[in-house]
Design a protein around this ligand. Sequence first.
Ligand SMILES: C[S@@+](CC[C@H](N)C(=O)[O-])C[C@H]1O[C@@H](n2cnc3c(N)ncnc32)[C@H](O)[C@@H]1O
Length: 373
Amino acid sequence: MNPITVTIHDIARGGSGVARLESGEVVFVPFTAPGDVVSVNITEKTKSYSHAEILEIITPSKDRVEPLCPSFTKCGGCSWQHLPYSLQFEVKKKGVLQALKRAGVKTDAIEIDEMPAKNGYFYRNRIQLRGNPIDHSLGFYEKNSTKTFSIEDCKISRKEINDVLPQIRVEADKFTQPYKVEVEVSEDGKARWAWDKKNAAFGFRQVNDEQNIHLQNWVKANIGSADLLLDLFGGAGNLSRPLVSQFKEIHCVDTNVPSEKSIDLPETFTFYRASVVWWLQNAPKNTNFSSAVILDPPREGLSADFAQIEFAISQKFSPETIILVGCDADSFARDSFRFTQKGYTLTRMGVLDLFPQTPHVESLAVFKKSAIK
Ligand SMILES: C[S@@+](CC[C@H](N)C(=O)[O-])C[C@H]1O[C@@H](n2cnc3c(N)ncnc32)[C@H](O)[C@@H]1O
């Protein structure tokens, strides 16, 4: 197909710049900024929109900023290093609100707490690298590919991670087959790494410690007071640990809880290694305590389990507050809508950025049981 020239007028929440052809057709172009005039090549066409790749930036947008990483556009990681951070956050917030609107959730009268990141670079506390002994590469996958390319350092990773990369490279000499290595800055500030583990070697952990504190504080400020707290999809208790003095009892449920409970946690805090649906179905009905619930599911949200989870929570615990945390705006919006259909009212929201330089965004919602069903 012949190259065409388009003007980018917006950024889609998926990350690409958006242009509209005279025919009305929408074209998504990655690595562009609003105001860019670009020559593009259409790579994929559907009935209502196309995807395209840049051939040339004819007139760059005045909003463009210099990416810090030399591998920007090659790496499958960041896609927004050319956009100023204020614009990145604006697109994220707009994206969450759009997804909610599309799902049927009204947000006009809702207070929204905005929590942009203070540091746009050098924030990640864990990364996963791939290595290939054939070409001695050690780095990340190229965008849309499983081909590894080498990196000197990663500009969104913590300094502690970048500092140990030379040592990891030396140790990696032992491999004769492609391998992976997970590198993490542990809570004592030291880097550790694990080779070729099937599942996440160090368990789940929010990747941005500085922003995670804002997440914890937001949950703390909005969970309200009750006797009992259920931290569902609670992992290592990241969101409920800071609440131990606020609740008489905390149940933290996750398929991947720590194998040992740390000594700083009181008797009133219990981990359950179980699926949330199974745990709720087997939990006795709570008649004596007031309760609150945190739900922080993986990307797909509560999906097909929503009905069972909502039913068991409402019937057995009648929580005064439910906090929903989502890392995918669409599944978060779908679950939010379903809560409103079940008689819960959305009373407050948060938009939190754990992933600067990428389109990912954390959406937060507080639901209260409505007076009238
Ligand atoms: C987004 S993480 C949240 C973890 C935790 N709230 C935090 O802030 O660190 C989602 C968690 O859901 C857990 N998970 C996924 N599917 C699950 C299921 N069906 N039942 C219980 N936990 C599940 C994962 O192990 C992971 O820890």
